[in-house]
Ligand binder design. Structure first.
Ligand SMILES: [Zn+2]
Length: 265
């Protein structure tokens, strides 16, 4: 679980909250704390900043009170010792404990766009409003609305049965259209199609496709566990962390993700 401490520099109390949170990371092993500096009124409005310090766990305010105004101001907490500029260590501990129980309970959430309940893993939050979470399907729809293109290549395969078996083992869904054509999807999302071409053999076939996935390492583990011939995951000079595997017809499927700044190879 990820806690974000939002603060501004002139606030005399955020460092106390920061030190409480640092201490609590030893009690909550899966707690990761980051800080977000809010420096302008405009940023405060954009982030729905309820004052400094504010702590959000997985995007949800730990101490939300409906009457707290948005703005670049100090935040007042009601503590057992009276009003204070920071919640106490005990209050933070209790709030984290109950919120983390809640997080585990609700591994599914409603998409803010289509309203369907989705797995958290298939939802992404907006950069400017992390309480707005959009599912994969709606992101695809938005991409089209924004004029983006959606590409599905056709990979040539000489043996459709062998290809079907290979891609199912790799975790894709394969749906035959007829003897010579099949759709390969992942969670209802089109990835590529397969078309019969008897010339497609490992020695002659140079076709392939590139799958960009934030879960590159999980993909690798899964494919290796399925006994498929995946190469090592490596940082490449073109800025990707990737690996590849070849299907029985010689198509090279590369799976990778962009190397972030300071990413370890
Ligand atoms: Zn949706």
């Amino acid at each position: 679980m990820e806690a974000v401490l939002l603060y501004f520099d002139d606030c005399p109390n955020w460092q106390q909250t920061a030190s409480h949170l640092d201490r609590l990371t030893s009690e909550f092993p899966d707690l990761k704390v980051t800080r977000q500096f809010v420096d302008t009124d405009e940023a405060a409005q954009r982030l729905g900043f309820l004052g400094s310090p504010t702590v959000r766990l997985d995007g949800v305010d730990l101490f939300a009170a409906s009457d707290t105004p948005v703005g670049l101001s100090c935040r007042i907490y009601m503590t057992p010792n009276g009003p204070a500029g920071s919640p106490t260590l005990e209050q933070l501990r209790d709030a984290l404990a109950s919120a983390s129980g809640r997080v585990e309970e609700s591994s599914r959430m409603r998409c803010s766009c289509c309203g369907e309940q989705r797995d958290m893993g298939s939802l992404a939050a907006l950069l400017c409003h992390d309480d707005i979470k959009i599912c994969k399907t709606c992101v695809g729809w938005l991409m089209q609305q924004a004029g983006g293109v959606d590409v599905t290549p056709t990979l040539p395969v000489s043996d459709m049965d062998a290809a079907e078996e290979f891609y199912r083992r790799a975790g894709f869904e394969v749906r035959r259209y007829d003897d010579g054509f099949a759709f390969v999807t992942l969670d209802d999302q089109s990835v590529f199609d397969l078309g019969v071409d008897t010339r497609a053999t490992p020695t002659h076939n140079a076709a392939g496709c590139y799958i960009i996935s934030a879960d590159t390492d999980a993909w690798h583990d899964r494919l290796v566990a399925a006994g498929l011939p995946a190469t090592q995951v490596e940082a490449k000079p073109w800025g990707m962390r990737e690996f590849s595997l070849a299907d029985p017809s010689g198509n090279t499927i590369r799976i990778g993700k962009p190397l972030g700044p300071g990413a370890d190879a």
